[in-house]
Structure formats: C-alpha cells, structure tokens
Design a protein around this ligand. Structure first.
Ligand SMILES: Cc1cc2nc3c(=O)[nH]c(=O)nc-3n(C[C@H](O)[C@H](O)[C@H](O)COP(=O)(O)OP(=O)(O)OC[C@H]3O[C@@H](n4cnc5c(N)ncnc54)[C@H](O)[C@@H]3O)c2cc1C
Length: 456
C-alpha cells in the first residue's frame, strides 16, 4: 500500500516514467494505476461484421489501458519542437529534442529496430509547398506502425512487470496531499506515495480538471482543434508520403486568416472511431506490415479555436460540435467532397458508387449541417490549396469523415521540472498536463520527471 512513487496512468508518459525510474533507481518501490485493461486484454469490440460502430464500452480500449491512447496508434514518434506539444517552453528546445531521441533509442531497443526514420531535412517539397502558399513544418518522424508499436509495448511491459506493481482496471478517484507525500484513493483501497506522477492523458481530462479544482491547482484554458479526416487513394499523396511519411502542412485561409493544418497522416492506413468521454470522433492509423495496409491514405485537416473571454470552454465547444455529428449520424458522418461542394448530403448509393472504398463504416450525411461555416470554409480552401501540390485531393470522390476533434487538456500550472508549483513532489505530465499532445512529447515528459525524482 505504501510506495515511493505512484504513477497514475499507463500511457506513454506513465510508462516512460516507470521505465526510467527502474533504470536509475531500481531500489524505489513504484506503483502504476491504470483505469483500463492490461495490453493483451485491450480489444475494441468493433469487428466490422456483428459490431460495426462504437457501442460505448465502460473503458474504451482504444484510449485506455497499458500503452494509453497510443497503443493502437500509428506509432508515429515525431522528433520536433514544431508540433506535438510545448514541452520546450518548460525545459528548452535542446533538452526536449534530446529526451525525444532517448525515447526513440529505447523504442529501438525494445523491438522497433529496423523501422524507418523519415526527415524533412533537405526535402524538395518545402519549396513546392511555399510556392503554393503552404508551409511544411520541420520534423524527423519514426514510424513504428500499429503492429510494431504493439510489439514495443509488449516488450517494455515484460521488462517492467517484475519491477513495478501494476494495478489495471483501477481508476484513481482522487489524490490528496499528506504530510509525507500523497494519498491515492481508488474504489477499493487507499495507497500512499512519497511522490506522485499524474499522467492521465486526454481520456483523463475531466478527472484532471476535477483534481485541480479539489487541490486548488491553477489551470489555463487550452485550444481545441476541429475538422475532418480526409481519405483518398494512396497514389494522390504517395510522392510526399514515400519520402516524408507524414507531412505537417499549414495554410492560412484567405477569407478569415485562420490556420488550417494537416495532422496525423496515415499512408495506406485506415480511418477509425475514437471515443473520448462517450463522444465518438474520428482518427486514423496505419500498419508497418504491407499485408495489413489499405489502398487509401488518410489525414486530418484541423482548424484551431481558442476561447478566452467571456466563454472559456474551448473543449466544450468542440464537444458540442462532435455531439451534433453524433446526433445526426449516430456516430461519425462521411461525405464525398463533390457532394459537399454541391451542397447535397452523401447517400450510401453515392458512397458505394465512388472510386474509393471507405475504410471506416460511417453514416453518409452532410457535414455542412455540423461544422460551423468558418471552419468548413477553411477546410474547403485548404483542400483546393493541397490539390496544387497533390493533384487529386479535390476530386469529387475524396472522402471527408467528421468530425475530428483534438481536445487539449487545460494547461496545468507546473514549474520547469513539470512539478506542481503548489505541491512539492506532485508531477503532472503528458497530454493530461495540457503541455504535450503526442507520443514523443508525452514519453519525453515521463523520462524528465523520473530523472528529477531519481536525482533527489
Ligand atoms: C487513434 C489514435 C492515434 C494516435 N496516433 C498518434 C501518432 O501516430 N503519433 C503521436 O504522436 N500521437 C498519436 N496519438 C496521440 C497519442 O496517443 C497521445 O498523445 C499519447 O498517448 C499521450 O500519452 P499520455 O501518456 O500523456 O496519455 P494517454 O496515452 O492518454 O494515457 C493516459 C492513461 O491514463 C489512464 N487514466 C486516465 N484517467 C485515469 C485515472 N483517473 N486513473 C487511472 N488511470 C487513468 C488512461 O486510461 C490512459 O491509459 C494518437 C491518439 C489516438 C487516440
């Protein structure tokens, strides 16, 4: 019941904290509490036959369990300060990159060896993009793929299971400061830890808000990204994806001056449902194994919205839009680009007649009834801009799935070691802190705090 370090959440942030602690201070007694299942028990019931869409499981196996939201992800570890979080604002650009490279080394040592590291350095596409008023961000990206990512997690778990106490299916209800550390309260038991690392990710956003309120930890509202997932034949983007794998391209709309960006590109991948606190949105991933690849590439087009006065709840705004799509479509809506432009809904017949086979079974509908005009106009403008560097993007049969929402947690007040300014020994890391939004940044934040704890 009594630990030196308690970690809440077994996503990349929590896993890399545990890993680094066992390496640097093997004598420490460490416990990891995780709301979801162990890795081998994580299974999304959607099989495409009996269960075709999300049935809202008690804990979503896509978002929760060992490996966190990243377990069935595409395993794209972007080594960059240009996107994926603002960790560098706390620890400096160099240290942030060094930590991300260290995480990459561990992933390679635990099964990722042989996977490809892509880079934008020296690419000709930067020029092509700029000539078309599109801006390609700099990054190196390690693509593990969903299959290898799973193997890496399996191997890291094998290493950790004898060194750390794991409590699966054990959501932490609350955290309380005590004289010597922290009390972590679960439905059945109370545990204590001298230090506590909170790494609850996006699925723990509501819980994190509650804990911050209870403990009086200041938070700042964050942005929300709203948009669609685009799916098109892999050939349309193959010149970019073959060289860069993922290209993060930003465009400023002429009409409103909003920034629209591509996000999470999955060459030859699949579009999937995502369940965040009961709201069904869309996401994507792809496999490294050619046998599991599809004929389509998918990526998100997102517009960032940040509300501050008088309305502050950016996530609430994103949630309402996602709920509207869930209300109209019973889940995710799919529409052909040609139908959207002609102002008509897509029907099953029109989807079936398209020269592309959707990889997600979504409800044909009309995204213009869901997305605010300003956001939709920006997305349409970006699709035409992308058509100049990847002709075919604006084809009638290009599929748009909606809505894709990237919720960002409230930014929690922490110091340069990601420790609460108010509570000594309470670290808040990963996506749950609002500081990171990616596998590499979340993992790096885990290593950082483990080193800090080991040092002390
Ligand atoms: C489908 C999908 C694809 C993605 N693809 C990529 C990608 O290719 N590249 C990339 O960089 N990022 C990707 N992401 C985002 C990436 O997965 C996250 O940024 C990353 O997992 C964040 O790590 P984390 O440890 O902070 O949080 P999470 O991975 O969200 O882990 C948090 C864990 O905490 C647990 N938890 C929450 N509340 C509690 C509680 N009260 N008690 C106990 N446990 C709790 C949750 O169950 C969860 O397992 C993807 C996300 C999804 C959903």
């Amino acid at each position: 019941m009594n630990y030196d370090v308690i970690i809440i959440g077994a996503g990349p942030g929590g896993i890399f904290s545990a890993y680094e602690l066992t390496k640097l201070s093997p004598e420490l007694k460490v416990a990891v509490f995780e709301a979801g299942h162990s890795l081998e028990k994580r299974r999304c019931p959607i099989d495409g036959e009996k269960i075709k869409s999300c049935i809202g499981c008690k804990t979503c196996s896509i978002m929760s369990g060992f490996g966190g939201a990243g377990a069935f992800s595409d395993g794209k570890y972007n080594i960059t300060n240009d996107f994926g979080g603002t960790l560098y604002e706390y620890i400096g650009k160099k240290q942030a990159l060094d930590l991300m490279r260290y995480v990459d080394e561990i992933n390679m040592a635990y099964g990722g060896e042989g996977t490809k590291l892509y880079s934008t350095a020296g690419t000709k596409f930067k020029k092509l993009c700029i000539q078309n008023d599109l801006h390609l961000l700099d990054a190196s990206v390690r693509h593990l793929g969903t299959d290898i990512n799973y193997i890496v997690l399996e191997n890291i778990y094998k290493y950790l299971e004898t060194r750390v106490d794991f409590f699966f299916n054990t959501p932490v209800e609350s955290v309380e400061a005590t004289e010597n550390g922290y009390k972590v309260i679960t439905a059945k038991e109370v545990y204590t830890g001298k230090k506590c690392i909170v790494s609850v990710g996006r699925s723990g956003s509501k819980w994190m808000e509650k804990v911050c309120k209870e403990m009086g930890i200041p938070t700042k509202s964050n942005r929300v990204d709203i948009g669609v997932r685009v799916e098109l034949p892999a050939e349309v983007f193959s010149h970019l994806t073959d060289e860069l794998y993922e290209s993060k391209i930003v465009y400023r709309t002429k009409e409103y001056g909003d920034l629209v960006r591509t996000f999470c590109m999955n060459p030859k991948g699949a579009v999937v449902n995502e369940n965040t606190n009961g709201i069904i949105t869309v996401n994507g991933h792809s496999y490294e194994d050619p046998a599991k690849q599809t004929e389509n590439t998918n990526f998100a087009l997102l517009v960032a919205k940040h509300f501050s006065e008088p309305f502050k709840d950016s996530n609430g705004y994103g949630e309402s839009i996602a709920r509207l799509s869930n209300m109209l479509g019973g889940g995710v809506i799919v529409q052909r680009f040609g139908d959207l432009i002609r102002g008509r809904r897509s029907t099953q017949d029109r989807i079936d007649g398209a020269f592309i086979t959707p990889t997600l079974n979504a409800t044909p509908g009309d995204l213009s009834l869901v997305l605010p005009k300003r956001i939709l106009d920006g997305i349409v403008e970006m699709i035409y801009a992308l058509d100049k560097v990847a002709p075919g993007t604006a084809n009638d049969d290009t599929l748009l799935y909606g809505v894709e929402v990237k919720f960002y947690n409230m930014e929690v007040e922490v110091n340069e070691n990601l420790m609460s300014k108010k509570y000594d020994g309470l670290y808040i890391i990963g996506d749950g802190s609002g500081i990171t939004h990616s596998l590499s940044h979340a993992s790096a934040s885990g290593v950082l705090v483990a080193r800090e704890i080991a040092k002390n």
